[in-house]
Design a protein around this ligand. Structure first.
Ligand SMILES: NC(=O)c1ccc[n+]([C@@H]2O[C@H](COP(=O)([O-])OP(=O)(O)OC[C@H]3O[C@@H](n4cnc5c(N)ncnc54)[C@H](OP(=O)(O)O)[C@@H]3O)[C@@H](O)[C@H]2O)c1
Length: 306
């Protein structure tokens, strides 16, 4: 089967498309014939070799975690899904494997896709919806009526976070570059600031900050917090409470607990999936290069298997 591979760490240029042996399901596993894979910045960090402490991988490695496709084979004892089912999910980053024609993973880690959801939409959800939900609901415990500042409202996680905050009934302020303001408002933001032109530190009384960048963005975010203000960051694992404000790092490890909720919100018409661009598997390197610009609008998708 065709699969992307890296033999050494590096940038997107290290990614090649090659022929490898197709996977066989072990007991409790399924093999999925992949239709779409969605890229995440984590894919680039793993390819670069930056994540070896957290997600150690062996080379050669096939990148990609978020996928959708059709169950092609089931291992012994699998009862969750059947051959032919349309499913989606996320492989463990240490396993990767989504940027390929087939992938294998535990059957308990996939969920059926409802008929009205496309393969591209389904592949877009596991990491983005799961991370945003974990950050805002589980970690920051965002409440109805609270003021939330979402940095990077037009990105993969940001587009989901804005919609999850809207479902929670929060007052949403997001940052994005000008070209994305209409989109972010349509998703539910009440105010959108251009992070290039408009200093967000003029904000005050923010209850929750979702930080997707770390560094200066995180540092400046403390100043906008109100009395109950807290920060959930995706980008700085050394964050500590400051001046009575909670600061928590979000470590997203498994998407499975969030998939049913993502489907439910989609079916209620409460969740839009924004697609920036779609590439073929042969052009996976170009897809990763586009992601590496740091300005994806929603998700970059790799379509696989026609
Ligand atoms: N800790 C975890 O478990 C975890 C989980 C998921 C993701 N993450 C991390 O979270 C980050 C965001 O992930 P993602 O999937 O949303 O990435 P993404 O889709 O690549 O984010 C791209 C977006 O970032 C925006 N952006 C770039 N620079 C910005 C700035 N200075 N201020 C505000 N917005 C800016 C861009 O907006 P414009 O185009 O409008 O400029 C673009 O829409 C990544 O670093 C990722 O690795 C961590």
């Amino acid at each position: 089967m065709k699969a992307t591979q890296i033999q050494t760490y590096g940038g997107p240029e290290t990614v090649t498309v090659t022929d490898i042996e197709p996977p066989m399901p072990a007991p409790g596993e399924v093999v999925i014939s992949i239709k779409a894979a969605a890229l995440n910045p984590l894919d680039l960090k793993i390819i670069a070799g930056y994540m070896q402490q957290v997600f150690p991988i062996d080379l050669p490695y096939t990148p990609g975690s978020d996928f959708s496709g059709i169950v092609q084979a089931v291992g012994e004892g699998v009862t969750e899904v059947n051959v032919g089912d349309r499913v989606f999910g996320r492989t463990a980053p240490t396993a990767g494997g989504a940027l390929a024609e087939q992938v294998r993973l535990p059957a308990t880690d996939v969920r059926r896709i409802p008929p009205e959801m496309s393969f591209e939409q389904a592949a877009s959800l596991p990491t983005t919806y799961g991370t945003a939900k974990q950050a805002l609901t589980d970690v920051a415990k965002l409440q109805h009526g609270e003021r939330v500042l979402i940095h990077g409202g037009a990105g993969g996680v940001g587009t989901m976070a804005v919609q999850i905050a809207a479902l929670a009934g929060a007052h949403i302020i997001a940052t994005a570059s000008e070209r994305n303001h209409a989109l972010v408002r349509e998703l539910g933001a009440h105010e959108v600031l251009d992070y290039r032109l408009d200093d967000f530190t003029r904000l005050e009384n923010i209850d929750v900050v979702l930080d997707t960048f770390g560094g200066e963005t995180l540092e400046k975010s403390w100043s906008v917090l109100g009395p109950k203000g807290r920060i959930a960051t995706l980008a700085d694992f050394s964050i500590k409470a400051r001046d009575g404000h909670e600061g928590s790092a979000v470590f997203f490890s498994t998407a499975t607990p969030y998939l049913a909720d993502a489907i439910a919100q989609f079916q209620r018409g409460k969740l839009q999936v924004i697609t920036d661009a779609i590439f073929d598997l042969a052009d996976a390197r170009a897809a990763l290069e586009k992601l590496a610009t740091g300005h994806a609008r929603g998700k970059i998708i790799v379509r696989i298997g026609g």
